[in-house]
Design a protein around this ligand. Structure first.
Ligand SMILES: *Cc1c(COP(=O)(O)O)cnc(C)c1O
Length: 371
């Protein structure tokens, strides 16, 4: 038995620190926003190297509030990859704007800069690259496109806490490269809360001010409401627990990379294709996602074997967004985004989390190679 993820192991390792943090919140009586959230935001600003960081209710809201702060609304188009979690496009639709898909590149599963450029129209207002599976998107090229066309650049960094990218000799954290970024602290993420949580970062002071109001019913001062906003406040309990976990996430990401290296070494010379890393990209392996290149029947055979052996696996994501029922009205044909469609048919994610033991990695490899 090897679980895809086992959050109880991290708790056992950090139990003393996490228990103390939780008790401190309970005895403080300050449960929503407040000093615990402010301390966490300050730590995030320092860790990521961003100008502003605001705790919000979840990662979806982080993206939503960033777009709202940038003024995205009805009539606008926002370019997103078709191969990602639904939230990336959902937030665009929630604001009455239209998601416009641009295909991914085969090597990293991330949005293809050339496809972005081809999808730009006079209505385009923003671009949301996703650092999928923890591999940084091609931000140097995408930033240049955003600058050239004056588009708001929002990073979906939900899967990429701790990932970095070298641009012109300088190392940047994912989430600190665009105009804004959304992080998710869903419990399965590399930095995961014990419940829901999210963070939105901004380079611009005015955007941050707007978002600060938006997350709390559009109020600028107590009971003075300048905007129609949201109830999207980070809970103190989550902030306090996240602050503990934040100190351990780099070490956890390093361990994820060790595990990934073991998997990739084992896949050499097989028909299974290991994920790749671009030069200058520090991949944090939120997922270890390989490709089964010889068709989904072969993938079905492998997953059946894994299931039989009690090994966790997942397919992120089986249906690209342009083929989702909810987006049929956008009118994209089958074959519109061949690279994304092929990825959906080929990807397979294996167990990866910092507390996964080497003997468990070995058993995953054994079953995989015998399948
Ligand atoms: C998890 C995730 C989100 C949404 O985060 P929630 O905290 O679950 O709302 C958005 N985008 C991507 C790519 C994600 O993986």
């Amino acid at each position: 038995m090897v679980p895809l993820l086992d959050p109880t192991r991290q708790y056992q390792q950090l139990k003393d620190e996490l228990d103390a943090a939780a008790l401190a919140v309970l005895s403080s009586g300050q449960f929503i926003l407040g000093p615990f959230v402010e301390r966490f935001e300050t730590a995030a600003v320092q860790t990521l190297g961003v100008r502003h960081a605001l705790g919000v209710a979840n990662g979806t809201d982080a993206l939503l509030l960033a777009l709202r702060a940038a003024g995205v609304g009805p009539g606008d188009e926002v370019i997103v990859p078709p191969f990602t979690f639904i939230a990336t496009a959902e937030v665009v639709s929630l604001l009455g704007a239209t998601p416009v898909f641009a295909d991914i590149e085969a090597q990293t599963f991330n949005i293809n800069p050339a496809a972005i450029e081809a999808a730009i129209t006079p209505r385009t207002k923003a671009i949301i690259p996703v650092h999928l599976y923890g591999h940084p998107a091609q931000m140097k090229e995408i930033k240049a496109i955003a600058a050239k066309h004056q588009l708001f650049l929002l990073e979906d960094a939900a899967q990429a806490w701790g990932a970095t990218l070298d641009i012109d000799g300088q190392t940047h954290h994912c989430g600190a490269i665009g105009d804004a970024a959304g992080f998710s602290f869903y419990p399965t993420k590399n930095l995961g809360a014990c419940g829901e949580g999210g963070l939105v970062t901004f380079a611009d002071d005015a955007h941050a001010d707007t978002c600060r109001a938006l997350r709390n019913h559009g109020q600028s001062r107590r009971y003075i409401h300048d905007l129609i906003g949201y109830n999207s406040r980070l809970q103190a309990m989550q902030a306090a627990l996240l602050q503990v976990k934040m100190a351990h996430v780099d070490e956890g990401n390093q361990r994820r990379r060790d595990i990934a290296a073991q998997y990739s070494k084992a896949l050499q010379g097989t028909a299974l294709i290991a994920p790749s890393e671009k030069p200058g990209a520090y991949h944090v392996y939120h997922q270890y996602t390989l490709r089964v290149s010889d068709g989904s029947a072969r993938r079905d055979a492998i997953t059946a074997k894994l299931t039989e052996a009690g090994i966790g696996w997942a397919i992120y994501y089986p249906v690209p967004l342009h083929q989702q029922p909810v987006y049929q009205d956008l009118g994209y044909a089958q074959g519109a985004f061949p690279v994304a469609e092929q990825a959906a048919a080929e990807v397979l994610s294996l167990p990866i989390f910092p507390e996964l033991r080497d003997d468990e990695v070995e058993s995953v490899i054994k079953v995989l190679l015998s399948a």
